[in-house]
Write a protein that binds this ligand. Sequence first.
Ligand SMILES: *Cc1c(COP(=O)(O)O)cnc(C)c1O
Length: 394
Amino acid sequence: MTNQEIIALNNRYLFPLYPRAPIALVRGNGCRVWDADGKEYLDFFASTVVAALGHAHPGVTRAIVEQAQKILHVSNLHHSEPQAVLAELLCTQSFADRVFFCNSGAEANEAAIKLARKYGAEFGDGRFEILTALGSFHGRSIATITATGQEKVRGGFQPLPDGFRYVPYNDIEALEQAISPRTIAVMLEPLQAEGGLVAPHPDYLRLVRDLCDRHGLLLILDEVQTGMGRLGTLFAYEQSGVTPDIMTLAKGLGTGVPIGAMVATEEVARSFTTGSHGSTFGGNALTCAVGVAVLHALTEEGVIENCRIQGQYLRERLRRLQTHHDRIRDVRGQGLLLGVELEGPGAPIVDACREAGLLINCTAEKVLRFAPPLIVAQYEIDRALDIVDQALRQ
Ligand SMILES: *Cc1c(COP(=O)(O)O)cnc(C)c1O
């Protein structure tokens, strides 16, 4: 099928929920993807910050084929080796003691919210309120849009569940003032991604952790986008010098297969017991086998190291671009999750880049988001930056 044929079918039959660009992607290799008409693009959005290892990664393909030849899915009423191995890897590589597997970021955050509430009910004097940040994004389910500090995400879906309140990000005093006798947890992104790539002040997360400790609150970090090497360490929290009580993962964990995880310390995890929560597909053998391959590549094949090096290089190149273009207001972000804030709307630049063979994204209206696969090479960054430079000149 051609781009036009695929687009016509989608427009006819799908809910029109997404602002889709007029191309259909049919295959990929590394940082490159091709549309249905054969045009090649550099994928500097990694299919919504998902393709951590790029497209058609040989180790991932091998894991998929080998697992598919054995068994695709094992009921959670039985045990499964890929699930056990991935859970062990996630725990030994992080602060966590226990893992719950699911299929998406929203589900991971739902699980985190439920765990915090259950912990509050059983060990926290019945406290249930969760404080989240303005400008945050935590997913599209009813509980996670309620946790999301953006009115445009919640509009039209009332009534929403009680027990969520919002505070400005990076404002420790506002957070302290917002704590009530009912508060059980603080839920934050270690870097606000959808909200425009807003990084925490250097000591913000440490101060939040102190506050949580003083008030007996759980710290939930939503690492759905920042986790899995994206910011140059396996998890973003490692750079803050503090550990959360609960962390959520998804996007990069499966580099394209749908998998999410909610991990926690034993102290908090003990409030989830048989029947507290569950998911039919959570911990699916195929997706967990891929998760194992992803973790292996990230930690054993130098992919995180590459993210750090190329992230630094991309950032420098973007900074240099800023000196040539008055329209660029700010360059920010970390690792390979970088934002370029423009004077005006970013959508025309995104379109011009796509026409020229580069896929990037715009978030918070004015912030161009650069999030290539973590395996990106320097020459690919050079090519991408030439295209952005041209687009900004037009
Ligand atoms: C993408 C994202 C989510 C939602 O993940 P889904 O898989 O779309 O449900 C939640 N939190 C953050 C920080 C995200 O970037």
